[in-house]
Design a protein. Structure first.
Length: 409
């Protein structure tokens, strides 16, 4: 025979009510958080899947943050390169305008002044910073001002690196371009330079047409400079040669300039082409012309765009021909345009990747919601049921607690 004591009834009632209160509390927490799985013990399998989905979503969020940073930095670089392209286009227009013998020295000095102003602006833009205060064209050394100028020398203080940010599991994108390749290491056009000595004859004899030919390596072949009359002195002969060579420069591509030191000497320059070939024969000799038969091949070199603009301005101020700089400025502009094209390509690619990441992140969040989030309809019904059961248990306990044989005596 089982003996049911008052203590047993109390313990069982309290245990039941505490269990029901615990279940009701769990349901309340689910309703307040909106999550079905509060602890791994609630659903170990779902909890494990939710952890994996959380890691995937966090990783995609970091990729999107990297894309936002890339976009901001690349847009800053693209803006700077766009401005620099416009500046170089203006320099090219000024160079073509200044390469005109009709202009006076004062006219050319005015053009040179504008080119120097453009050079200062270009130098400032090459030292551009992004929204975070980092230098755009410094490579890995983003905290160091990339370009400096001291005592006529332009220096690059960054490095040749490209920082890359990850925007997908197997994909990284460079967030900038180093200034050395963009502005410092720029190819110049092929150029051939021939130094012509002063004639040694005190009264250089006349030269027959066809005895002096010039080939600028532009495909037109050797062109005669024509006949030259008797010269009173070496200075007059040097002037005759200069004028005759420049008269056919449209055919040969070779220009002649007089030098003041040494006097009565010339410098022949051919921009583009393969080089300069000079040939003398018959009445033309080295003694009465200063020329020698020979071939001078074109050479190319590299220099900074800043130095090119300075040299261009200096030659304009000196009244010299500047046709050699037309190609140099064009090559510098082409290089900037090429870099800008790669920046635009990177911006397009990360925009596409951003869309892919957003779609993938949305799918992962949907799956995570299915695993973790609460069905409010079911939870509210369960909450009402648990509340009713708890209230019934509490009322029953009060009734049972009040039972006593003394009530019937």
């Amino acid at each position: 025979m089982l003996r049911i004591s008052t203590q047993m009834i109390t313990e069982r009632s309290l245990s039941s009510m505490l269990r029901q209160q615990s279940e009701l509390n769990d349901t309340q927490q689910q309703l307040s958080t909106g999550r079905r799985v509060l602890t791994p013990s609630d659903d170990p399998a779902s909890a494990s899947r939710v952890l994996g989905l959380n890691r995937a979503v966090d990783t995609l969020s970091q990729y999107q943050s990297n894309i936002d940073r890339l976009t901001s930095r690349l847009e800053t670089e693209e803006g700077a390169l766009d401005g620099i392209t416009n500046l170089l286009q203006r320099v090219r227009e000024l160079t073509v305008a200044g390469n005109n013998d009709v202009l006076t020295t004062l006219d050319k000095s005015g053009i040179a002044s504008e080119i120097r102003q453009i050079g200062n602006q270009l130098f400032s833009m090459a030292n551009s910073r992004d929204s975070g205060g980092e230098y755009v064209f410094a490579g890995y050394q983003s905290g160091t001002r990339p370009f400096s100028y001291d005592l006529g020398v332009y220096s690059y203080n960054g490095d040749s690196g490209q920082r890359e940010l990850q925007i997908a599991p197997d994909r990284t994108v460079a967030d900038g371009d180093n200034g050395f390749d963009t502005f410092m290491n720029i190819a110049t056009g092929p150029i051939a330079t021939v130094n012509v000595a002063a004639p040694t004859d005190p009264a250089p004899a006349a030269i027959t047409a066809g005895d002096i030919t010039i080939d600028g390596g532009n495909g037109n072949g050797a062109i005669s400079i024509g006949a030259l009359p008797l010269a009173a002195n070496p200075t007059q002969r040097a002037t005759q040669l200069r004028d005759a060579i420049n008269a056919i420069s449209g055919q040969t591509g070779v220009r002649a300039e007089s030098n003041t030191a040494p006097p009565d000497t010339l410098t022949l320059t051919a921009v583009g082409g393969t080089g300069v070939t000079v040939n003398i024969a018959g009445t033309a000799t080295t003694a009465n012309t200063g020329l020698t038969t020979g071939v001078t091949a074109s050479v190319t070199s590299k220099r900074s765009v800043f130095e090119t603009l300075d040299l261009l301005a200096a030659d304009l101020e000196a009244g010299n021909s500047v046709d050699r700089y037309i190609t140099d400025v064009q090559l510098a502009m082409d290089n900037v345009i090429e870099v800008r094209a790669t920046v635009g390509g990177r911006l397009n690619s990360i925009e596409e990747q951003q869309t892919v990441n957003e779609d993938l992140k949305l799918n992962l969040e949907i799956h995570r919601s299915e695993e973790r989030d609460l069905d409010y309809t079911e939870a509210i019904s369960r909450f009402e049921s648990q509340m009713t059961a708890l209230q019934a248990a509490q009322q029953a306990y009060v009734k049972v607690k009040g039972l006593s044989l003394f009530n019937y005596l």
